[in-house]
Design a protein around this ligand. Structure first.
Ligand code: NAD
Ligand code: DAU
Length: 376
């Protein structure tokens, strides 16, 4: 049996990873550490909490005692760190929390793992680690900054973060790299592009647009909608993390991306037409429409007039695009889900899982929405 400590396992990508690992492997025990912030929802992984291969612990990755107690109780041999404050807009409002969780949390995990994994020292004074251990940092393409109309981020692209979020993720990557150099700790960093799929919190573009359409609300597009993101179906990201952890060369960074660049405005328009089409083909889906929406019988109101161009995000990165050649060449990874299929799968999932959306937005969400979009 292998023992993984998975942090952030109740969030969007972490929960999808937990599901992926439990389905794919039967020789892995998971300890999930998650502080259940607004973005973490135990309901997302409730079906797995009774699985004997899973233990859930509520706690903060910044807390040395909690992390230490996990290593004392479990023979952890891999750490996969998904836990983070992940939303750029929130980082613009409250940068400090991002530095605490994303940088100090990462350093705390590294430090505890280093202590528990060290079995001796070599002649030069470097720690020697237990066989088979590895720390994997789940990072983002945003650490590379912003591209013009052409070009791609490779692993050699200089780090150039622009937002408090991406600066904090870059800080985390640098401390991971420092533990690799200074203490020769076996690590990997994955840098992925924008994910989409089930369990995505509706503060991010795609699930927010779906939620607003169902409520008959305006669809806020920042600036002129020309910003480009490179979208990847979340399960393809999970597969990449699995491969890198098991087969990635220690010390290496791997970019993960879908070769699927889309302008925000095109994503929003595609979401509008797909929802309308699905509801026209399958009237059952109209049940997802909320009482505030104009009509469930005549769907002609679901059109581009819902789009509202609003004040741009401060320091809005123009374009992200990943070159995944390294992970493809070394580990045989490629994005399996075509965007045209993935977006339909995702929208269907939201139409069929409105209970989940209501559960995760029952807390502070309304206040957040008013604060973020009220004056735009
Ligand atoms: P998310 O916001 O949906 O989930 C984050 C999870 O971390 C939540 O369950 C939350 O409760 C938990 N968490 C937050 N602070 C914590 C703390 N201090 N201690 C313990 N748990 C804490 O984020 P996501 O979209 O699933 O992203 C996961 C990781 O992947 C992040 O590191 C993010 O930077 C990275 N990433 C995300 C994307 C994307 O498109 N969403 C792309 C590339 C990389
Ligand atoms: O690239 C990877 C990153 O992708 C991850 O590291 C982040 O954790 C993740 O949140 C995501 O960041 P983005 O800022 O790209 O994602 P978001 O969904 O917030 O925004 C996508 C694009 O849509 C971006 O250009 C801003 C725009 N946008 C977003 C929202 C929420 C809008 O136009 N309107 C909106 O209401």
């Amino acid at each position: 049996m292998k023992h993984y400590l998975v942090t952030g396992g109740a969030g969007f990508i972490g929960a999808n990873y937990v599901k992926y690992i439990l389905k794919k492997h039967n020789d892995i025990q998971l300890v999930i550490l998650d502080d259940l912030t607004y973005a973490g929802n135990l309901g997302t992984i409730k079906d797995h909490l009774k699985d004997p291969r899973v233990e859930f612990i509520k706690g903060n990755i910044v807390d040395p005692q909690i992390v230490k107690s996990i290593f004392e109780k479990h023979p952890v041999d891999s750490v996969v760190n998904f836990a983070a404050e992940s939303h750029v807009d929130r980082s613009i409002e409250n940068p400090q929390l991002f530095l605490q969780t994303n940088i100090l949390g990462t350093q705390n995990l590294l430090d505890t793992a280093k202590k528990f994994w060290t079995v001796g020292k070599n002649e030069k004074g470097y720690p020697v680690y237990r066989e088979g251990v590895k720390y994997l940092q789940v990072s983002t393409d945003e650490v590379y900054g912003s591209l013009g109309e052409t070009g791609y981020f490779t692993e050699k692209t200089p780090l150039d973060p622009r937002s408090p979020y991406s600066a904090s993720k870059t800080g985390a990557d640098l401390i991971v790299a420092a533990y690799s150099e200074t203490y020769k700790m076996p690590i990997n960093i994955t840098r992925c592009s924008n994910n989409y799929g089930p369990y995505h919190f509706p503060e991010k573009l795609i699930p927010l647009i779906i939620k607003n359409i169902l409520e008959g609300k305006k669809l806020p597009v920042y600036g002129d909608g020309s910003n480009v993101r490179d979208w990847l179906y979340v399960e393809d990201h999970c597969k990449a993390v699995d491969l890198v952890l098991l087969q990635g060369r220690p010390g290496e960074v791997y970019n993960v991306g879908g070769h699927n660049e889309m302008k925000n405005i095109d994503i929003v328009k595609l979401t509008i037409t797909t929802i309308r089409q699905l509801m026209e083909e399958n009237p059952e889906y109209r049940k997802a429409l909320k009482p505030a929406s104009p009509s469930t019988a005549d769907l002609s109101w679901i059109n581009d007039d819902l789009i509202a161009f609003v004040k741009d995000r401060l320091g809005h990165d123009q374009r992200y695009a990943i070159d995944p050649a390294k992970i493809t060449a070394e580990l045989g990874w490629y994005p399996e889900t075509k965007f045209t299929d993935g977006i339909v799968k995702t929208i269907r999932w939201y139409l069929e899982n409105q209970d989940w959306v209501e559960e995760v937005t029952s807390g502070d969400y309304q206040r957040y929405y008013e604060q973020m979009y009220g004056n735009r």
